[in-house]
Design a protein around this ligand. Structure first.
Ligand SMILES: [Zn+2]
Length: 270
């Protein structure tokens, strides 16, 4: 967490409040927040927010004149626009790691309780390629994904989690996608090449529904205004071990696959 729908929701929530605003000061608690080869945040002073986009599971802020800040939330990070007053709901100043103070007094803030997030500042580069991020399920086409899976012996779920292959999918949406596609998460990637159209269609549908619900809030994730998402109430298998499969009624199983809790129906997913 957060995955594509949560980052997309965050970006949509932040976008209208940042456009055109100028950075007056920059602050970071500790250099370890920078991803390797990042430029300094201070280079953004005097530049204005232009576009805010999602790339994979990252929020990316584009500035005028050129410059970008990419924020990977990690497990627990939250981006908020603070307009003055007290600390945003549920956030502690101890977990404040980055501030871009705006010329008109608001701030773009990054909080991260467990410090798994990172930021990357760059200037006019093809950062997605530099970071090795693959296309997300809305961008990827069938030939691309077939090529990526062909001959692979790793479990299809592990391959869906690999951000170099498909960006944006994490543990929740990998499990949900494979449920709707009717595929056992343990199957070798190379054995499901013919089912790529179903995988992509189900991934897109699950992700779009999750975006429509403002994402899934299990622990830390909140929308830009502090409210939780609601897609967790619509999960078919994720987090539902022992409960009835929504399609056939059999109990949903939970196993550990490549170190990740994995939820599936052994009758519906082959
Ligand atoms: Zn079932």
């Amino acid at each position: 967490l957060p995955e594509l729908p949560e980052v997309e929701t965050t970006v949509r929530d932040l976008r209208p409040s940042l456009r055109g605003r100028r950075v007056a000061r920059a602050w970071m608690r500790h250099r370890s927040l920078y991803r390797r080869e990042s430029l300094s945040l201070h280079g953004l002073i005097g530049r204005s927010f232009d576009r805010v986009e999602r790339v994979g599971k990252n929020a990316v802020f584009f500035f005028r004149p050129s410059g970008i800040v990419l924020v990977n939330h990690g497990m627990t990070g939250r981006l908020v626009v603070w307009e003055g007053g007290k600390e945003p709901d549920g956030l502690s100043p101890r977990h404040l790691h980055m501030r871009l103070t705006l010329a008109d007094t608001g701030e773009l803030r990054f909080y991260d309780a467990r410090r798994f997030g990172h930021i990357f500042v760059a200037e006019g580069v093809d950062f997605a390629r530099d970071l090795g991020i693959g296309p997300d399920p809305f961008e990827a086409d069938e030939p691309y994904l077939r090529n990526a899976l062909r001959g692979r012996s790793a479990a299809v779920k592990s391959l869906l989690l690999d951000q170099r292959i498909l960006s944006g999918i994490g543990n929740i949406y990998a499990d949900e996608t494979l449920f709707y596609a009717g595929i056992d998460p343990r199957r070798a990637g190379g054995t499901v090449v013919r089912r790529v159209p179903g995988i992509l269609a189900c991934a897109r549908e699950v992700l779009q529904r999750a975006i429509d619900h403002g994402g899934s809030t299990l622990r830390d994730y909140r929308r830009g205004d502090g409210s939780p998402g609601s897609f967790q109430d619509h999960h078919a298998v994720y987090g539902r071990a022992g409960k009835a499969c929504p399609r056939c009624g059999r109990r949903i199983r939970r196993i550990v696959l490549s170190g990740r809790g994995t939820h599936f129906c052994s009758r519906c997913q082959r």
